[in-house]
Design a protein around this ligand. Structure first.
Ligand SMILES: [Zn+2]
Length: 241
């Protein structure tokens, strides 16, 4: 469960989305926002989650192609600001140190790529770390539009277990395969991607059982941070996992 949405900033005092507010993903890139402002906003979300019995794991940067976001992203990029505001990493680290997340390391998802992978520690203090952990597979479980033509289990793994992005990553020895999805498409009640998701899990169990270990993203960042790199994967392999 991740913190950010595709909507505008929420006003926690009046308990509603502020009309015309900047979208949350773009706000993570605005250079003037302070670490304290980020921390307060994230804490408001975390507190709401606690009321509902939900502990958050990390943060996803929601993309947005609305006109306002597109224009502002272009302006930021041409001013040389391609990365999110570093104050945001510091705010997340502070919250991790206060035990506000599910674990001491906080996986975040900014860039995604089907060919590159990467885990980058953005803020560190002792056993706490905020990491940008790049997803290396996309959403073919209906996406945010809950769209049937965005559903394709074969994208992940085909019925014969011979093709698909998960198979490619496993065969290439990538340290992980992380895909992301949107609750609109994935939820079992109304999501058009739910059946495909179940199919993908069944195919992984059938064809890749001996070659994968399931982990939460925070398991990956915890172990990576403790080991100082990917060496923890060698130990999993030597145990035959
Ligand atoms: Zn937008």
């Amino acid at each position: 469960m991740e913190l950010m949405t595709h909507r505008g900033l929420f006003d926690f005092e009046s308990n509603r989305e502020t009309k015309g507010a900047i979208h949350e993903g773009l706000w993570l890139h605005e250079p003037e926002v302070t670490s304290e402002q980020y921390e307060r906003y994230f804490l408001n979300i975390i507190t709401e989650g606690e009321r509902a019995g939900i502990r958050f794991t990390g943060l996803t940067c929601p993309g947005c192609a609305c006109e306002a976001c597109k224009q502002r992203y272009t302006a930021l990029r041409s001013a040389g600001r391609k990365e999110p505001n570093p104050a945001m990493w510091r705010a997340l680290l502070n919250l991790a140190k206060q035990g506000k997340f599910r674990s001491r390391t906080v996986p975040c998802f900014f860039e995604a790529s089907e060919t590159k992978f990467g885990l980058h520690r953005k803020a560190v203090d002792g056993d706490c770390a905020v990491c940008d952990l790049m997803p290396n597979a996309m959403d073919w479980f209906g996406s945010w539009g809950n769209t049937p033509n965005r559903v394709n289990p074969d994208y992940y793994i085909t019925a014969d277990g011979k093709a698909g992005i998960i198979v490619r990553h496993v065969n290439a020895g990538a340290p992980y395969c992380i895909w992301y999805s949107h609750w609109q498409g994935l939820n079992p009640a109304k999501g058009v991607g739910w059946r495909a998701f179940v199919t993908v899990i069944e195919r992984i169990r059938e064809h890749l059982r001996d070659r994968v270990v399931w982990m939460r993203p925070s398991d990956i960042t915890n172990r990576y941070h403790a080991a100082g790199g990917w060496s923890f994967l060698d130990r999993l392999e030597s145990k035959g996992l």
